[in-house]
Structures are given as C-alpha cells and as structure tokens.
Design a protein around this ligand. Structure first.
Ligand code: ATP
Ligand code: LTN
Length: 342
C-alpha cells in the first residue's frame, strides 16, 4: 500500500504556475521571457496560467479597458497554443483564494522586504500620484498565487526574480512556523531572452507600459515591426558583436534573434558581421515577423469568439477554485482560523 502511494507520488507531474498582468499590449519581451516558455513547458508540467487581473488594479485602470484586456490576454494564451482542457487558464479574481491567502501572507511579510523590491521602487516613481498599499504588497499577492497551488516551477522573466525569492522565503517561513504546508517553488528563467530591452533605451527592460516606439507588441503588423526595428537605437559602429556593456542596442537585437532561432551569439555574429546594421535589423525583423504571424492569425479568430472565451473562462475558474481549496483549508487550520461547521 505504502509503496503504491509512493509510486503514484513519483508519477505525478510537477506543478507549474505563471501569471501575466492584463495591462495593455503584450510585448515581444513578454513573449520571449514568459509566454513562449509556457507552451514549451505545457507537456512536461501540470500547468496553471493566470490572467492576474487583481495585480493590474495596483495601477489605476479604466474598467472597460481592463475587462477587454483580460479577454485579450486570455485569447493570447490560447493563440500561442496553450490547451485549456489540459492546463488551467483562468482569471485570478475568479478564485477568491488568491486574495484570502494574500492577506494571510501579508501578515508574514516584513515591511523591509517589500521596501527593497525594485519593481515597487520603479512603479512608485512612475505613478507618483498613486503609491497605494496594493502596489506595496503586490509581491505577497504574487506569492499567494504561487503557493496556493503548491507550485514547483514558476516560468518568468528576470525582472521577477526578486518577487520569486520572496515567495520562497514566505513558504519557508510559514513551514518553519507551522510544519510542512507549502512547496517551496523554483524559478524557471530562460537562458537567452530573460530580459529583452527597450528599443530606444537598451538600459531599460522592454515594458508594455512605456511609449509605443520602445517595444514590439505581439500583435504589431509586420510593417510596424520592421519600422520599429529599423529605428531601434544602436551605436555608431558597424560590428555585430555581443557586448552588453559597449553595444547594448546590438546585443539586445542579437538576444531577440538568438531567442527565436536558437542560434548562438557567435553564430549570429559570424553570419552578419560586416554586412551593416541595416541588413542585420532586417534579418531580426524577418525572424520576429515569421514567429508572430501564426499567433496573430489564431488570435484574430479566437478573440471574436465570445462564446468560446466565456466557456473557457467559466470551466477553468471552477477547476482552479476546487484545486485552491485544499491549500486554503490547510492554511486556515494551521494559523488558527476556526472552521465553519455547517
Ligand atoms: P509592465 O511593464 O506593465 O510592468 P510587464 O511588461 O513587465 O508589465 P508583466 O505582466 O508584468 O509585464 O510580465 C509578464 C511576464 O513577462 C513576466 O514573467 C515578466 O518577467 C516577463 N517580462 C516582462 N518584460 C520582459 C522583458 N523585457 N524581457 C523578458 N521578459 C519580460
Ligand atoms: N508579478 C508578475 C506577474 C505575476 C506572476 C504571478 C508571475 C503575478 N502573479 C505569479 C508568476 C507567478 C509580473 O509583474 N510580471
């Protein structure tokens, strides 16, 4: 019997969780750093992909736009090929356990830990007129997203490393205080493309909340993609060499190409060196356009199929809710919240 249970345990796939905020147009950075890996990992793991709409509220949103952005992000998840029968693809706000566990974890998170978060510092500088408490405690809610499902692996871009570390610390802190409760999650950060940079200021990450010409949107038309890449900031030289210190612009374009084609930086350098930046930029544009075209085509079909989206949204929220209950009950019991005996 015991051996049988061990076998079942060994056979169970590891669990993966990731989320993307429905704030604006998703960029090539989001695609290479996160979304693309979701599809690659879907077969190997038992996956949850969330539209983290409650996180989006930390910045003031137009309600109509937010609702639309949530459906657009759901459509994009489906357009990259994620399977809603196999994985759980749902809206964070449809499972109240996120907020519930978020509160409990808030009570285990120190002010000093949150004050160190670079995303908080960046966002408070950007939204100086609305530095709200939610923006501050954003990382505890993210930890709740992850820990609620006993997640083993979290695929994200490099900018989320610090948040992930907090999730790990909170899991360990809680486990130390109350005995084994949470799985301590690991990050999955891609080797190439973990931090795609702004086309106009390669010191900064490419971000969907920055001006249009700094990013490529996943849904940009081919001619727009080409135009933006041709205008991407580069240095005054002409060599195609990966050197983030002295050639951040060219290095960024090389990372994009390498992430898409799988070629090494050396191979890219050998192929394009001496041909001029124009030729190289066009080659990057060709690769990006070819990669995004099939996704854009599927997206257009899916986003207009409201009945299908509604069905995915409803059934997946129900499944996620059921899954979240197990952890929630355990946590409530451990911290001493009385069970309701109906
Ligand atoms: P915002 O700029 O509005 O803060 P964002 O572009 O960072 O948003 P998120 O929803 O916060 O988007 O991130 C979604 C996922 O994309 C995360 O896993 C994040 O690490 C990844 N990501 C975001 N920007 C980049 C980037 N420039 N390069 C690689 N990965 C990225
Ligand atoms: N904080 C992340 C989005 C996010 C997330 C998560 C990612 C919220 N909850 C859980 C992975 C797992 C961001 O800003 N990119």
């Amino acid at each position: 019997m015991e051996q049988n249970q061990q076998e079942i345990k060994a056979e169970r796939k590891k669990r993966l969780f990731s989320g993307i905020q429905p704030t604006g147009t998703l960029t090539l950075g989001n695609y290479i750093g996160a979304l693309r890996n979701f599809k690659i990992l879907e077969d190997e793991y038992d996956c949850l992909f969330s539209v983290v709409d409650m996180h989006a509220l930390t910045v003031r949103q137009n309600p109509t736009e937010l609702r639309q952005n949530c459906l657009k992000l759901l459509s994009l998840y489906l357009a990259v090929g994620l399977d809603p029968e196999k994985s759980l693809i749902y809206f964070q706000s449809h499972v109240s356990g996120h907020a519930e566990l978020g509160w409990i974890l808030d009570c285990f998170t120190y002010m000093g830990e949150l004050q160190r978060m670079t995303q908080f510092k960046d966002k408070s500088a950007k939204h100086a007129d609305n530095i709200n408490a939610g923006l501050f405690t954003y990382p505890s809610l993210m930890a709740a997203d992850i820990l609620l499902y006993q997640t083993d692996v979290v695929p994200v871009g490099e900018d989320q490393k610090q948040h992930l570390e907090l999730a790990r610390n909170l899991a360990q802190r809680f486990n130390n205080a109350y005995g084994d409760t949470f799985v301590v999650p690991e990050g999955y950060i891609p080797k190439v493309g973990a931090r795609i940079r702004s086309l106009q200021d390669p010191e900064r990450k490419m971000s969907k909340s920055d001006p249009e010409d700094t990013y490529i949107a996943i849904l940009d038309e081919p001619n727009v993609i080409r135009k933006k890449l041709r205008r991407a900031q580069t240095d005054s030289g002409n060599s195609i060499v990966y050197d983030t210190e002295n050639k951040p612009g060219i290095s960024n374009l090389m990372s994009i190409l390498s992430a898409i084609t799988g070629e090494s930086m050396d191979a890219i350098g050998a192929q394009y060196d001496g041909k001029g930046y124009g030729v190289f930029k066009d080659a990057v544009a060709d690769a990006v356009i070819a990669e995004l075209e099939p996704i854009q085509k599927r997206y257009k079909e899916i986003v207009s199929d409201k009945a299908y989206l509604n069905q995915v949204m409803t059934t997946n929220a129900e499944r996620a809710r059921a899954l979240s209950q197990k952890t929630l009950l355990k946590v409530r019991r451990k911290v001493g919240l009385a069970a309701l005996k109906l």
